[in-house]
Design a protein around this ligand. Structure first.
Ligand code: XMP
Length: 505
C-alpha cells in the first residue's frame, strides 16, 4: 500500500488514482499521527499539494518521524516544499506564480525520472517555491521560473517535485508514478475486484446484524453502493428511491422497472410536492442544494422510523462530490447534495459511503465486477438535486416541464447515432433564466432560452465540451422550439471545465 498524506490540494485523489492505475493499493488520509502511519505500514508515502504556505507558523506539516520509517517519500508541490523546509532548505513566495503548462528540464540521472525525456511538459500551479535546497539533496530538474523544480536525496529515497505529475497535462506523469511505485518495491498485484471483496468484508464486520437504508437514485453510484451493501447485509438492507419531482422525463418509472428485477427490498417514495414547496421563491444555487440535501435526509429519517431500528444510511457519494463540496482546507465549488448539502443533524447512527474515494470510471469498474448490467453501469450521471440545478433561478412546475421535454428531445436525437452518443460522458438540456424576443408565425414571442450541454470526460473533475455535429444540434433546436411550449431559442454550451462546471448551478 502507498499512503497519500493529504494537505488539501484539488487534485489529491488523482494521485491515489494514478497509484491504483499502477495496480497498487492506495489510501488518502489527512493529518495522521506517526503511530497510525506505522499501523498502516505503507511501502511508500506521498505528500500532496495544498493551498497553505510552509513558512506560515499555522501550516500543517507532516510528522517528521515519517522520515525515519525507511520508506520512500515523494512530495508534490506543497509536499515538496514541506520536505525542503523540514530538511533545512528555504521556501519563499515566488516572484512569478506559475500556473499551467511549462517545460521541465531534467538535470541529473534519477530513479524517479527513469525513461522520462530530458525535456518534457509538466503542469505547475504554485505561488511559493523552494529557493535553496536542503543539504544532502541534489537538484534533479528545473524550469525557467523555478530553478529548483525537483530535488532528491537518493540515499534516503526522498523525492520532491514542484510540479503536478498526477494531472494529465504533465505528459510523462504516469511514468514518474510508475517509477515511484518501483522505488517503493510494490508488487503491482492489486485489482479493482479486491476493492469490492475487501469493502464487502469490511461492511459485514462493521454492520453485523444492523439494519441499513440505502438512498438509491438509479444512477451508477448509488446502484453500485446498493449492490455492495446487499452483498454485505442481505435482506437487512432497504433501498429507498425518492421521486423529488426533479427527475428526467419518465425516469421514475424506469428506475422502478429496473430495480423490480433485483432481489432487493425496494421502496419508492413520491415526495415531489414537499420538495417543490420548499424550493418556492429560492433562487440561489447553494441554497437550493442545501434545501434538497436536507429534505432527502428528512424523507429517509421518516422511512427509517417506519421500518424501525435502522442504524445506517448508505449513500453513493464519490470523490468528485467530496472534493467539490470542500474537503478540509479545499475550496467549496458546489455543495453536492449528499456531502456539503447535508443538514447538521442527521438522525442515523452513521452515514456509510463505500465509494467515497473512487472516481466515476472506477465506480463503473466495480459495478462490472459486481455483475451490474451495462445499462446501469454506463448510465450517464444525473445529479442528486436533479433538474433543480439545471433550472437557473426559481424552480416552478412549468420550468420543470420545459426542461424535461427539451432534455428528452436532445437525448433522443443524440442517441439516434451511436457514433455520437458513445463518446459523450454526459449530455442534457438546462433552462437558462433568460427570456428573449422571437418571432413565431406572424407574432412576437418573449420566451425562454434552453441551453444544451454535452461533455467528454472520464473523471468529471475536468471536462471538454463535445463537438456534436451541427446537423444534430440544428435538428434538436428545431424540435425543441416547435414541440416545447415556452421556448423560442436554443443555445449550445461550448465551455470546458474548468473554468465552467458541468452542471449550471
Ligand atoms: P460539476 O457540475 O460539479 O459536476 O462539474 C460534476 C459531476 O457531478 C455531478 N453532480 C452531482 N452529483 N450530487 C450528485 O450526485 C450533486 O449534488 C451533484 N452536483 C453535480 C454532475 O452531474 C457531474 O456528473
Amino acid at each position: 500500500m502507498i499512503l497519500v498524506l493529504d494537505f488539501g490540494g484539488q487534485y489529491n485523489q488523482l494521485i491515489a488514482r494514478r497509484i491504483r492505475e499502477n495496480n497498487v493499493y492506495c489510501e488518502v488520509h489527512t493529518a495522521l499521527s506517526v503511530e497510525k502511519i506505522r499501523e498502516l505500514n505503507p511501502k511508500g508515502i506521498i505528500l500532496t499539494g495544498g493551498p497553505q504556505s510552509v513558512y506560515n507558523s499555522d501550516s500543517l506539516l507532516p510528522p517528521t518521524e515519517i522520515f525515519d520509517l525507511n520508506v520512500p517519500i515523494l512530495g508534490i508541490c506543497y509536499g515538496a516544499q514541506a520536505i525542503a523546509k523540514i530538511f533545512g532548505g528555504e521556501v519563499e513566495k515566488s516572484q512569478i506564480s506559475e500556473f499551467g503548462k511549462t517545460n521541465l528540464q531534467i538535470l541529473a540521472d534519477s530513479k524517479l525520472f527513469r525513461g522520462v525525456n530530458q525535456n518534457s511538459v509538466v503542469w505547475m500551479s504554485h505561488s511559493d517555491k523552494i529557493c535553496s535546497k536542503p543539504e544532502n539533496f541534489s537538484v534533479i530538474a528545473s524550469t525557467n521560473a523555478c530553478p529548483i523544480a525537483a530535488i532528491e536525496n537518493s540515499a534516503k529515497n526522498l523525492y520532491a517535485v514542484q510540479f503536478h505529475p498526477e494531472v494529465v497535462h504533465t505528459v510523462e506523469g504516469m511514468k514518474i508514478f510508475s517509477n515511484f511505485v518501483d522505488i517503493c518495491g510494490c508488487n503491482r498485484d492489486w485489482k479493482m475486484d479486491f476493492f469490492a471483496s475487501s469493502t464487502i468484508s469490511q461492511l459485514k464486520n462493521k454492520i453485523g446484524d444492523g439494519k441499513v437504508l440505502c438512498a438509491l437514485s438509479g444512477g451508477v453510484d448509488s446502484s453500485v453502493a446498493a449492490v455492495l451493501l446487499s452483498k454485505s447485509v442481505g435482506k437487512n438492507l432497504t433501498c429507498v428511491f425518492v421521486d423529488h419531482g426533479l427527475l428526467r422525463k419518465d425516469e421514475a418509472k424506469q428506475v422502478e422497472e429496473v430495480f423490480s428485477h433485483f432481489d432487493l427490498n425496494f421502496i419508492k417514495v413520491d415526495a415531489s410536492k414537499r420538495f417543490l414547496n420548499r424550493l418556492k421563491g429560492v433562487f440561489e444555487p447553494e441554497l437550493k442544494r442545501k434545501i434538497i440535501g436536507e429534505e432527502f435526509i428528512r424523507v429517509f429519517e421518516e422511512i427509517s422510523k417506519k421500518i424501525g431500528a435502522v442504524d445506517y444510511l448508505v449513500q453513493g457519494t464519490i470523490y468528485p462530490d467530496v472534493i467539490e463540496s470542500g474537503l478540509g482546507k479545499s475550496a467549496v465549488i458546489k455543495s453536492h447534495h449528499n456531502v456539503g448539502g447535508l443538514p447538521d443533524f442527521v438522525d442515523f447512527k452513521e452515514i456509510i459511503e463505500p465509494l467515497r474515494l473512487l472516481f466515476k470510471d472506477e465506480v463503473r469498474k466495480v459495478g462490472r465486477e459486481l455483475g451490474l448490467p451495462e445499462n446501469i453501469v454506463n448510465r450517464q450521471p444525473f445529479p442528486g438535486p436533479g433538474l433543480a440545478i439545471r433550472i437557473i433561478g426559481e424552480v416552478t412546475e412549468e420550468k420543470i416541464k420545459i426542461v424535461q421535454d427539451s432534455d428528452a428531445i436532445f437525448r433522443e436525437e443524440v442517441e439516434k447515432s451511436s457514433e455520437i452518443a458513445k463518446n459523450l460522458a454526459q449530455y442534457f438540456a438546462a433552462l437558462t433564466n433568460m427570456r428573449s424576443v422571437g418571432v413565431m408565425g406572424d407574432g412576437r414571442t418573449y420566451d425562454y432560452a434552453v441551453a444544451l450541454r454535452a461533455v467528454l470526460t472520464s473523471d468529471f473533475m475536468t471536462a471538454e465540451a463535445a463537438n456534436i455535429p451541427f446537423e444534430t444540434l440544428n435538428t434538436v433546436a428545431n424540435r425543441i422550439v416547435n414541440e416545447v411550449k415556452g421556448v423560442n431559442r436554443v443555445l449550445y454550451d461550448c465551455t470546458s471545465k474548468p473554468p465552467a462546471t458541468i452542471e449550471f448551478e
